[in-house]
Write a protein that binds this ligand. Structure first.
Ligand code: ADP
Ligand code: GLC
Length: 492
């Protein structure tokens, strides 16, 4: 099959979260199973043009009543055999993408012209196919920035060379939908009839994800449990009704992890590699982590790690909310260490700086740091993810395979990947809680720390159990293939 991934992020080129990991690792898994995969993304300022190859000439893209012109660059995704490479294509438009930031910058987190930038990007996808003379069987879009591609396919392009192309839209996060003023609709160049027909309308605004959900031939999200949750009012971010309406075409497929990048036996970011039979390297990683974070170098004290975007979705209010969050109290009251890496909302970054200066056993580093994220996964004993909602979550899977026990809220992909500890039977792979409030976090941390000091054999058995789980992409990639085949069969 020929598959074109349309995404605003892909590792190693541009990343703000798990979307980037997922797009590249799914593509790689599909290519390894023999499929022809290409990826298209914008050429952001942070992607160095000198390391890319330019396609000849310029490319015109219909926008509104006119055209925008751009350049296209290409590069191969690293780590694949030359006989079945994955080409990534970069849409280069100075006005739209020649600036710092992917969706925004701290002073302007959502660029005012994002609807225009991503309308352009989605339309450019079709011109790119024409330019390179390659027409996919499956146009696979990810999240709101790519959600207009299925809309353009359905209402503008499904004829001629795209006559046999079907569209799939993967929802990674319903919390971001791309809702903008209707004035921006003009850039699509489509009629107002289509505006209503495609379901752009959202209380007199324009909702890009909603139009994508209405228009794609198939839909999925990144875990079975979140697929169910997202159809409820509590989790659906107002799109639960449409997702219920489309439930025959909507499924949940759990993300895999890229074991070439996230594997303690080969990880080059940690002081010494390790595996289930020889865990010395994990002890070294803990020592290195404690040193780097300025925590007391004591192997007996449990270290809790956290690597996250600092945003409400991740439960940071319940942890660090001033006079509300429980991190201050559990660090004050319990014999543990807490190592944090994150960036995001300003209040939270400030609060973390302040907590780090008040507590000897809580230390935070603010920023985005790939190496450190690996060191935390390897060097921690526990990994905390108190998410409000979690479509899949990758970090808990990284944790399990690094012998780091997840402490998670029972939601979304966390439910599908972690099994709660049972202190009577010793079964389980992590510690879970249902409600999201500071007390529940405090209780569960207390339980895990109690087990660390009093049920050490059970803790060690849990580590080993987690490390034996297989989260590689092979199984999930097959489910994507099934979905593609099913979509092709029902559509063309
Ligand atoms: P989400 O995509 O919702 O942020 P995931 O768990 O799917 O959550 O993926 C998060 C990814 O981003 C992981 O690969 C994680 O290691 C990475 N990440 C998040 N914050 C940082 C950070 N500050 N530094 C390095 N990596 C980070
Ligand atoms: C989103 C979700 C996360 C998921 C990631 C990759 O950012 O928040 O749960 O793992 O996408 O699919």
């Amino acid at each position: 099959m020929k598959i074109l991934m349309v995404s605003s992020e892909a590792v190693p080129f541009a990343k703000t979260g798990g979307l980037a990991d997922m797009v590249s690792s799914l593509s790689t898994a599909l290519a390894k199973q023999g499929h022809k995969v290409k990826i298209v993304l914008p050429r952001y300022y942070c992607i160095d043009r000198t390391r890319l190859e330019a396609l000849e000439g310029a490319m015109g893209v219909p926008m509104g009543g006119g055209e925008e012109w751009c350049k296209v660059y290409t590069a191969s995704l690293p780590g694949l055999p030359p006989k079945n490479p994955i080409e990534a294509y970069f849409i280069d438009h100075e006005q739209f993408f020649g600036r710092d930031g992917i969706y925004g910058v701290p002073s302007e987190p959502d660029f005012l012209d994002n609807p225009r930038r991503f309308t352009f990007f989605c339309r450019a996808v079709f011109q790119l196919c024409r330019k390179i003379g390659w027409y996919p069987d499956v146009l696979h879009s990810h999240d709101w920035p790519a959600a207009l591609a299925p809309v353009f396919l359905k209402f503008r392009e499904r004829s001629g060379p795209f006559g046999n192309t079907v569209s799939v839209l993967t929802i990674h996060n319903l919390g971001y939908q791309g809702i903008y003023s209707k004035d921006n609709y003009q850039h699509t160049g489509m009629s107002w009839e289509i505006f209503y027909h495609a379901g752009f309308d959202d209380w007199n605004m324009m909702n890009l994800l909603k139009a994508g959900i209405n228009s794609a031939d198939s839909l999925n999200t990144v875990s079975p449990h979140y697929a169910e949750e997202s159809k409820t009012q509590e989790y659906g971010f107002r799109l639960d009704g449409i997702l219920r309406y489309r439930s025959a075409d909507y499924r949940g497929i759990l993300n895999g992890i890229d074991t070439d990048i996230w594997n303690p036996a080969t990880d080059t970011f940690i002081p010494e590699t390790y595996d289930i039979n020889d865990m010395k390297g994990k002890k070294k990683a803990k020592e290195a982590l404690q040193k780097e974070y300025g925590l007391s170098r004591n192997p007996d004290v449990p270290v809790i790690g956290l690597v996250s975007r600092l945003t409400g979705q991740k439960g940071v209010g319940e942890l660090f909310g001033p006079a509300y969050g429980s991190a201050y109290s559990f660090c004050r009251d319990m014999d543990l260490q807490f190592a944090i890496l994150g960036s995001g909302e300003a209040w939270c970054e400030n609060e973390l700086r302040s907590l780090s200066s008040q507590l000897p056993n809580l230390k935070a580093k603010i920023g985005y740091d790939e190496r450190l994220s690996h060191l935390i996964e390897a060097g921690s004993d526990f990994f905390l993810m108190p998410s409000r909602y979690e479509p899949s979550g990758l970090n808990q899977m990284y944790s399990l395979s690094y012998g780091t026990i997840p402490i998670v809220r029972n939601t979304g992909g966390l439910t599908d990947t972690v099994e709660n500890f049972n202190q009577d039977t010793g079964t389980g792979t992590g510690f879970m809680f249902d409600e999201l409030n500071p007390q529940a976090v405090y209780n569960t941390i207390g339980w895990a720390i109690w087990a660390w000091y009093n049920r050490r054999e059970q803790i060690e058995a849990m580590r080993t159990r987690g490390m034996k789980l297989d989260f590689s992409w092979a199984a999930s990639a097959k489910k994507y293939i099934e979905m593609y085949e099913w979509t092709l069969k029902k559509t063309v």
